[in-house]
Design a binder for this molecule. Structure first.
Ligand code: C2R
Length: 205
């Protein structure tokens, strides 16, 4: 990722008599600032056993070309590392944290406790209580420390929500989200048309 402000020599075209070096510098500087504001998403999982589910979030973030980092950290097993990562997240260029954990899922809440950037929680389904334990532990946060909780194993939605947050200050990202919605709508329309055909065939039997 490009950070900071750079002076890049700019050539002025024939017709741009008013294109002074200063104007070119200002334009380039503005572009550089926009690029430097490209925030990363942190994808944190409580254990590597969560990876098969979290993979959906990683693929989705990648499909939007959003920069991200993926880490295994635990509020229970590595409490200092989790707290430190979160406390430094804003300074380190993160705009959103996604936290996935199963069972007694305190990870998202603890990360949220140490930062003011938004935290999205993914409750992971485990073998014993089908994810209800993680859902309640993630969603039932006390007043003052919110965790935006998606569905049990809702990794794709966590990533889309993260992209939507970043898109608040990124028009190109907002445009991509819009295009995705249109493509989803077309997909449903196609399925609806196919369903009419199936129903007609069923009734013709
Ligand atoms: P193991 O498979 O490593 O035993 O982990 C993980 O997210 C995982 O779903 C079992 C489950 O424990 C969860 N875990 C947490 C936390 N750390 C790990 N809920 C935490 O800090 O909240």
């Amino acid at each position: 990722m490009i950070e900071g402000i750079f002076f890049v020599p700019v050539q002025c075209g024939k017709r741009s008599a008013g294109c002074t070096a200063l104007q070119a510098f200002k334009k380039k500087t503005k572009e550089s600032i926009i690029m430097s504001e490209q925030k990363k998403v942190a994808v944190i999982m409580g254990s590597d056993s969560d990876f098969p589910t979290v993979a959906g979030a990683i693929k989705t973030l990648d499909s939007y070309s959003v920069p991200f980092e993926v880490h295994v950290m635990s509020a229970h097993r590595t409490p200092e590392a989790a707290a430190e990562f979160s406390a430094n997240a804003r300074k380190n260029g993160f705009g959103v944290i996604i936290a996935a954990a199963g069972k007694a899922a305190h990870l998202a809440g603890v990360l949220a406790a140490h930062t003011t950037i938004p935290v999205i929680g993914i409750p992971i389904k485990s073998s014993t209580l089908d994810g209800l334990d993680a859902l309640l532990a993630t969603v039932q946060m006390p007043k003052g420390i919110p965790v935006a909780t998606v569905a049990i194993d809702g990794a794709d939605n966590a990533a889309i929500l993260a992209v939507q947050m970043l898109a608040l200050s990124d028009d190109a990202l907002a445009q991509k989200l819009e295009e995705e919605k249109i493509s989803m709508k077309k997909g449903v329309e196609k399925k609806d048309a196919a369903m009419q055909q199936k129903v007609a065939e069923l009734l013709a039997k």
